[in-house]
Design a protein around this ligand. Structure first.
Ligand code: SF4
Length: 359
């Protein structure tokens, strides 16, 4: 039998959550909301042969229901929504071939390997990534922008994301890159957009005006209310940064010229995902992402920083489920606006990609 028709080769998991029956198809990485009958039938599906239902206990399910469900699953298989057997992989180069690299359309430029803050959960050694603090110079900036354009081939829409550390520590070079890229885009009849990931503490009126003038997308970190934020996102002297960053964020929000998106990082002293996201949404931010702080395993001092113990991990799982349900309800109600970006893989080792209904 062709493997793709053989349900005994199907890799899936099923589970119940908040009264919903869920099917996860391993090879397509898709989640499905299924009805209870389908859920129960899945226990026998590996013995499925539509011409011989003897693998399914007599009298357990009405024959018509069995056939309907099996047909529906076949239909999903044919449409490629579920994947039975080994997924087809593209041919890989054998090592002797010249690999043609895909054209580039987006480049992240790290203009500052340094940071003016000392967040308690900082994962990159305050922007230095275990090296010495340094700022990009003009020469390297030109090379970076040229690299993007020279590798972009026919791509018409290009994007540069400025990153650090804190990229605004090197605002002059950021501006230089932006103007240089803008000119190259004009000359080459391409469109370029810019974004920045910033801690928000250096955003004065002049910088905000510049970023808005070049239509930057602005990603800023605010971890929730002032008490929690100020306990973890601190300057070198330990001062909290909440009022500084929220006032800059408020200006950007009020000007309505640049899109602003907020990222919150949670630690054991604030595990409350749903409330944190809701708090930030109530402040007026439409796009909010939240994630749990990364565990650190540093080569520099050989110390592993573990934030979450196993009880915290259980709490994370409960919070993720609570938030996922709110997220789903919002989507179904057509009112969802936030941007959901969680390290679910850390907790479940799998990341949901999409939902569908099998009824
Ligand atoms: S803003 Fe905080 S987390 Fe980001 S690099 Fe600086 S110290 Fe680290």
């Amino acid at each position: 039998m062709d493997e793709s028709h053989d349900f005994s080769k199907w890799e899936f998991h099923k589970f119940e959550i908040n009264g919903r029956h869920i099917l996860y198809d391993v090879n397509s990485a898709q989640f499905f909301s299924i009805d209870e009958a389908t859920y129960n039938l899945l226990d026998y599906i590996k013995k499925y042969d539509k011409d011989d239902l003897s693998g399914i206990p007599a009298g357990k399910f009405p024959k018509e229901d069995i056939l309907d469900t099996l047909e529906e699953l076949e239909d999903y298989r044919e449409k490629g929504l579920i994947c039975i057997g080994k997924p087809e992989l593209p041919d890989m180069p054998d090592g002797n071939e010249t690999v043609k690299l895909a054209p580039l359309s987006k480049l992240t430029i790290n203009v500052a390997n340094d940071c003016n803050m000392r967040c308690k959960y900082c994962w990159n050694h305050y922007g230095t990534y275990t090296g010495s603090p340094k700022l990009m110079d003009e020469n390297t900036a030109v090379k970076a922008v040229d690299f993007l354009f020279n590798r972009s081939e026919d791509s018409k829409n290009l994007e540069i994301d400025f990153y650090g550390g804190e990229p605004l520590l090197n605002f002059d070079i950021l501006k230089f890159c932006t103007e240089y890229a803008f000119k190259r885009a004009e000359t080459e009849n391409k469109k370029i957009t810019f974004s920045i990931q910033t801690n928000g503490t250096l955003l004065d009126d002049g910088i905000i005006e510049y970023l808005e003038g070049r239509n930057f997308g602005i990603f800023m970190s605010i971890d929730g209310d002032s008490m929690y934020h100020d306990s973890v996102r601190i300057e070198k002297d330990g001062t909290g940064t909440w009022s500084k960053v929220t006032s800059a964020a408020r200006k950007i929000l009020d000007n309505r010229r640049s899109k602003i998106q907020i990222r919150a990082t949670l630690t054991p002293s604030n595990m409350n995902l749903s409330d944190t996201v809701q708090y930030l949404e109530k402040m007026g931010f439409e796009k909010v992402a939240a994630e749990y702080a990364l565990e650190l395993d540093t080569k520099k001092d050989n110390k592993k920083k573990v934030f979450f113990n196993s009880a915290d991990r259980d709490r994370q799982r409960d919070e993720l489920i609570r938030y996922a349900m709110t997220y789903l309800d919002k989507i179904l109600a057509g009112s969802y606006s936030s941007w959901f970006d969680l390290e679910i893989a850390d907790v479940y080792n799998n990341t949901p990609s999409s939902w569908a209904e099998i009824t």
